[in-house]
Design a protein around this ligand. Structure first.
Ligand code: TYD
Length: 206
């Protein structure tokens, strides 16, 4: 099974993922935890180019293509082999981030970005996508309060951008209701974790 985690900035995604991995390992699942962009050496190099704060003049299509390139390398080198070995692959961000950020918020169009990504993914989609949903105002306030978390180029984009990202994710959840599970990430860390792990365990037992 291939499970992805999505959401806006400051939704508490990383904290919840750590606890999810710990719980599933306790239960005996063999987990591969990975992330996008990155997850393999080549893909991490691409990540550095995309998220470098110096690269303020990056063209939106260049950005979308780089995410897709990183995705391709990561899928082939890490995700697909692990799934073939019967492992449970958990990925922090995947295709839906490109659809919401580049397709929605950057204005390239969800359909366009989806089609461009087909070359990279060959149609592969997650079995389950957990969306950590939070109002951008609240998410960004959390990041500001937590100075340990590195602030990247995309974090400092305008509020309207983050609102468009959230709208993009909502549109996707509506489009793929079977695959998406929305968690209200404005709740406490415990509640967020329980909601997410509850759904994952339900799907694993199906
Ligand atoms: P990261 O520091 O990993 O963010 P987070 O902790 O929020 O997951 O940075 C990843 C950034 O890249 C994040 O702002 C979302 C963005 N992104 C896209 O715009 N498109 C994509 O396809 C992916 C995978 C990420």
């Amino acid at each position: 099974m291939f499970i992805t985690f999505e959401g806006g900035e400051g939704a508490g995604k990383s904290t919840a993922i750590k606890r999810i991995v710990a719980r599933l390992e306790e239960e005996g699942y063999e987990i591969v935890l990975t992330r996008e962009p990155g997850g393999t050496p080549i893909a991490e190099e691409i990540r550095n180019v995309i998220l470098d704060r110096k690269n303020t003049n990056m063209d939106p299509r260049t950005e979308a293509l780089l995410y897709a390139a990183s995705r391709r390398q990561h899928l082939v080198e890490k995700v697909i082999p692990a799934l073939k070995e019967g492992k449970l692959v958990l990925c922090d961000r995947f295709l839906d981030s490109s659809l919401a950020y580049q397709g929605g918020a950057r204005g390239l169009g969800i359909e366009n970005v989806y089609n461009m990504n087909l070359f990279a993914t060959e149609g592969m989609l997650p079995d389950l996508t957990i969306l950590f949903d939070i109002e951008p105002e609240l998410g960004l306030a959390r990041i500001a309060a937590n100075s340990q978390r590195e602030v990247n180029r995309l974090d400092v984009e305008k509020m309207a951008f983050h609102k468009a990202v959230r709208q993009g994710f909502h549109d996707l959840a509506e489009k793929f209701p079977e695959r998406f599970f929305i968690v209200d990430a404005s709740k406490t860390p415990d509640e967020v974790f329980e909601a997410a792990i509850g759904e994952i365990e339900r799907r694993l037992k199906k």
